[in-house]
Ligand binder design. Structure first.
Ligand SMILES: Nc1ncnc2c1ncn2[C@@H]1O[C@H](COP(=O)(O)OP(=O)(O)OP(=O)(O)O)[C@@H](O)[C@H]1O
Length: 249
């Protein structure tokens, strides 16, 4: 396994944001993490990336227990994440923004910029390298966020809603980019609300609801799970939907 998260609990004062949650991502896999708003998905990413210590539980990465490792050490070992709210350095151009990631492994400016250019080509930003980051569209900023994380040359990439805010054609355009990253050997765990994308990209999906991992499996099975339907649509929803189907049959 590339990533094994075991029995994580995260308390903020009296609030239990995550309760005894586990998940694993195989080497080379592309796994989804879904769940209603406030379920604890971003908090779990923060714990995996090392920005917060869990109240209880362990995180193993590529064979080592990294639970107490700080975020910058995890980055060196190959964990990168994107952020839901993209905040590029507005005063820098696209190349310089991507280089913020590539400096991790390429301390010389020329090397960092060369790496940034290679990553820009991979995510479809080659034509924008000299433009100010502030001039990018929302879709461009999402690609920039992907590029910045990729430029650190991760083994494990944590994508936090990279498709949020994009229209259907922008989503169609960016899905092959994610597939390409995976095909290049990077293991991916993605938080995503766009179910169409989860269905087409992920071979396994975990469902977090109110801090608990309530289901996991292939996306089609998970979406048919009564507990999952109820977590999204409220108690009794699965029965109403199945009843509806029966009525049409
Ligand atoms: N630093 C913090 N201090 C206190 N409470 C927090 C903190 N971080 C997160 N929470 C709470 O933990 C819960 C889980 O939040 P989280 O952002 O992880 O959910 P999420 O599944 O990512 O939701 P969304 O899809 O809306 O981004 C929420 O109730 C949130 O208010």
């Amino acid at each position: 396994m590339m990533l094994e998260v075991s029995d994580i609990t995260m308390r903020f004062g009296g609030l239990v944001a995550i309760s005894d949650a586990s998940l694993s991502v195989p080497k080379g896999g592309l796994v989804g993490l879904i769940g209603p708003n406030g379920a604890g998905k971003t908090t779990l990413f923060t714990i995996i990336a090392g920005f917060q210590m869990p109240t209880a539980g362990r995180v193993r990465f590529d064979g080592a227990d990294i639970t107490s490792q700080p975020a910058h050490v995890r980055a060196q070992h190959g964990i990168a994440r994107t952020f839901q709210i993209v905040q590029p350095f507005a005063g820098l151009n696209v190349r310089e923004n991507i280089a913020v990631g590539s400096y991790l492994r390429h301390p010389r400016r020329a090397d960092a910029h060369a790496k940034a250019e290679a990553v820009a080509a991979q995510v479809g930003l080659a034509a924008e390298l000299d433009k100010p980051a502030a001039s990018l569209t929302v879709a461009g900023r999402k690609r920039l966020e992907l590029a910045r994380a990729l430029a650190t040359e991760p083994k494990l990439l944590l994508l936090d809603e990279v498709l949020a805010g994009l229209n259907p054609s922008e989503i169609r355009d960016i899905i092959p980019v994610i597939e390409g990253i995976r095909a290049s050997g990077v293991t991916i765990l993605m938080i995503e609300h766009v179910m169409q994308a989860v269905m087409s990209l992920c071979e396994q999906v975990y469902v977090l609801a109110q801090g608990r991992m309530i289901a996991h499996g292939p996306p089609r099975e998970v979406c048919a799970d009564a507990q999952v339907i109820e977590a999204y649509l409220g108690k009794g929803a699965a029965g109403r939907i199945n009843g509806g189907e029966a009525a049409h049959a």
